[in-house]
Ligand binder design. Sequence first.
Ligand SMILES: [Zn+2]
Ligand SMILES: [Zn+2]
Ligand SMILES: [Zn+2]
Ligand SMILES: [Zn+2]
Length: 352
Amino acid sequence: MQTFSCRCGNPLFFENTHCLGCRSEVGWCPTCANIVALETLPKGGYRCTHPGCATDLMKCHNYAFANVCNRMVVMNDGHADTLCDCCRYNAVIPDLAIEGNRARWAALEAAKRRLFHTLDVLGLPHGTHGDAIRVPLSFSFMADALPDQGLWRSTASQEKVYTGHANGHITINVKEADDVERERLRVDMNESHRTLIGHFRHEIGHYYWDLLVKARDEEACRRVFGDHHHPSYAEALEHYYQQGAPADWSIHFISAYAAMHPWEDFAETFAFYLDMVAVLDTAMHMGLSRAEYDGSLDGMLQAFHQVGMAVNELNRDMGLLDLAPGVMAPAVRDKLAYLHELIRNAPRSLEG
Ligand SMILES: [Zn+2]
Ligand SMILES: [Zn+2]
Ligand SMILES: [Zn+2]
Ligand SMILES: [Zn+2]
């Protein structure tokens, strides 16, 4: 992610709603694609202060009324779409009557905005209901149903909300936005990383399988990731939760969970690819010359290794988790090569 600049000269960051220098309200202008200081207009609304832009804007409904967004929408004759280009993908939002949910929702939206930014860096197509896209994308942020006050009732399994993807609809359990809860799950499930943005990157991997691979490139995908129909997903899931990943998973997979089924392998590898793109994009904007590469996958892997090793050492200095794996298995590189081509050749729009 790049940093931006306020009219006062102070740096602005992707998540900002105010400038810490001049206290101006700031927001994302969709016209010039910048975080900008907002000038209040006498007629209501705001004007983008980015030099040469001056678009009249309104706050996204979720910015104005819930403060979980920092995006603006373009004002036309005083009217505007009420939701920004990220919030318009929401199908279900957290119940704000529950304490803590506004903060959880804000964390979810911040991760979602970063996700869309990376998709746009890559030029990947996406759209929601009403857009001309073969598989409309949408998000639901839901909590487990809580048991009633009555002591007789417990939370049945069907009331549990699983994070997952089905036909373009991504569900994220809002408890993933709780740091303590998420870290507990990470340790329980023996994962090297479990982050909110990581969930979005994994689930969007399933979305792009549906959009770009299903009935379009399944044969080539099968050759790289294995047969997604044998064993069935349900069989693979049961086997994984009984036996876990094979001991030698790291020779073949980016993560232990990827060993479960070719669809999970695809999503895990896709998430790792997005991790690399996001990290290298940020490192490049921060002026790290090690992050520059020629556009090839091997150039990208080399640059990510260089940046990753430096950040791993910085993290170890601070007692934090490693950012990048030390070694990349050849089998994982082949899967990334498939994704690299799939993403580079993806059409900008995919209609019905
Ligand atoms: Zn400022
Ligand atoms: Zn602008
Ligand atoms: Zn919004
Ligand atoms: Zn998955």
